[in-house]
Design a protein around this ligand. Structure first.
Ligand SMILES: Nc1ncnc2c1ncn2[C@@H]1O[C@H](COP(=O)(O)OP(=O)(O)OP(=O)(O)O)[C@@H](O)[C@H]1O
Ligand SMILES: [Mg+2]
Length: 279
């Protein structure tokens, strides 16, 4: 499935062009060894994510979401199986090569923002460019902050910004290196619903207008319905992987009551409308 239909680039993408898989994960397993005990955190995950997709990973606690994100983000290696990131085989790379790939190709956004306390917004966003030894830092950092609507907050410290604004600084920092994809671990988990909506608007805009690939973990079905595809993990395996019918536009629809929300997400997305399948 190729998700460019709402983005600028869709106008230039033709049916003949085969889309590039940004993520191509082939039968990966992850076993944590703790003394004599083995924990099988991932058991044969197969997944492809194409350029321009916006995907959420859901699943109960302990189902392997963070383990998978760590591998996708080149923070950890699978025990077996292969991972091609943007065409490059990364599952056998050394630590230092992995760090290089990570810095160049992946932007991370965390639940707790992970900003430096005494550092201005502009400087926070310049940091990945400094580590990467890149030029034109201040101009590029400023452009990234403008892209998330913070062009008028360049000199603010995190304590002088709202939670939603702090998360937007973190998104700008993830973007500034022009990564192949953004990985976000519960990016709205610490935000009130209004700030959560602001952050979703940014992600949707980056995805739709610039075709940026976004993968994130969420426990919130309402948030997941704003993405184009939901992958559901259970016990280290993908149990469903489905497109979201009519993804919501952030800020347009009102959040329904929990019951309606659960009902529709299960019906439409996880189980294709067949109630018999879940209990
Ligand atoms: N470093 C580790 N060492 C040993 N076991 C681990 C380690 N990290 C995770 N696990 C185990 O692997 C399984 C998957 O964990 P993971 O953190 O990926 O779950 P998760 O889906 O992210 O859960 P949550 O929603 O609670 O964050 C769990 O059983 C967990 O206890
Ligand atoms: Mg987790």
């Amino acid at each position: 499935m190729f998700w460019r239909k709402n983005g600028h680039k869709s106008e230039t993408a033709t049916a003949e062009q085969s889309p590039q898989a940004v993520i191509d994960v082939r039968d990966i397993a992850k076993v944590y060894k703790m003394g004599d005990i083995e924990v099988h955190a991932l058991r044969g995950v197969v997944m492809k994510v194409y350029e321009g997709e916006f995907l959420s990973i859901m699943g109960p606690s302990g189902s392997g979401k963070s383990t998978l994100m760590n591998i996708l983000g080149c923070l950890d290696q699978p025990t077996s199986g292969e991972y091609y990131l943007d065409g490059e085989a990364v599952s056998k790379l050394s630590e230092s090569d992995l760090a290089r790939v990570r810095n160049k190709k992946i932007g991370f956004v965390f639940q707790s923002f992970n900003l430096l306390k005494r550092t201005s917004a502009l400087r926070q966003v310049e940091l990945p460019l400094i580590y990467g030894g890149e030029g034109g830092r201040s101009k590029r950092a400023k452009a990234a902050l403008e892209a998330v609507g913070l062009g008028n907050r360049l000199d603010h410290l995190p304590s002088e910004l709202s939670g939603g604004q702090q998360q937007r600084v973190a998104i700008a920092r993830a973007l500034v290196n022009e990564p192949a994809m953004i990985l976000a671990d519960e990016p709205t988990g610490n935000l009130d619903s209004r700030s959560g909506t602001e952050v979703m608007q940014i992600f949707q805009r980056l995805n739709r207008e610039q075709g940026i690939t976004v993968v994130f973990v969420t426990h919130d079905p309402w948030i997941a319905r704003h993405t184009n595809r939901i992958v559901m993990l259970r016990d280290g395996k993908i149990i469903t992987d489905r497109p979201v019918p009519h993804p919501l536009v952030a800020g347009e629809a009102e959040r329904p009551s929990e019951a309606d929300e659960m009902e529709s997400i299960f019906k439409e997305t996880y189980y294709g409308g067949d109630k018999q399948e879940y209990n």
